[in-house]
Write a protein that binds this ligand. Sequence first.
Ligand code: RP5
Length: 163
Amino acid sequence: MSALVGVIMGSKSDWSTLCHTVEMLDKLGIPNEVRVVSAHRTPDLLFQYADQAASRGIEVIIAGAGGAAHLPGMCAAKTHLPVLGVPVQSSMLSGVDSLLSIVQMPAGVPVATLAIGRAGAINAALLAASILGARHPRLLEALKHFREEQTRSVLDNPDPREA
Ligand code: RP5
C-alpha cells in the first residue's frame, strides 16, 4: 500500500526525534514515507512536496523542525491536508523556540501542534491514527488495541519499585 502519512523534517539532525514517530506509525501498521525537506534550505522542494502530497495518496503530514521552525506552517500553507507539527528540542532554547514557532499560527492556516521532543513525536503518530481511523477501520482497530494494551500495562504494574 502506498504511504498514507508523510513524515518530513527540516534536517537529518531531527531524525533522532522523528524516528519515534515512524516507530509508532510502523507499530500501528500505518504506511508512511520519510523525507528531509527544509523550509529554509530547500524551500522549492517543500512547496513541491506539500503541493503534490494529496495527489500521491498522502492523507496526513507530520512535520518536525527545530529552532525557527517554519516547516509545518509553510507546509500547511501549501496543502489542505492536516499538518501535525512536532517541535524538535533545540540545543540553545530547549525547544521552546520550536514550539512557539510552530504553535503560534495566525488564524486561517492551522497546524496541530504536539509537545516538544519524543512525547510529541509519538503523539503525532497516534493523532495521525485517530484522523486516519475515520476512513480506515483497520487503523482505528490498531489504535484501540494500542490504547487497551497501554491501559493494561499500567494496571498490571501498580508498584513503581518493580521493574
Ligand atoms: C531546522 O534547524 C531543523 O529542523 C533542525 O531542527 C535545526 C538545525 O538543523 P541542523 O543545523 O542540525 O541541520 O531547520
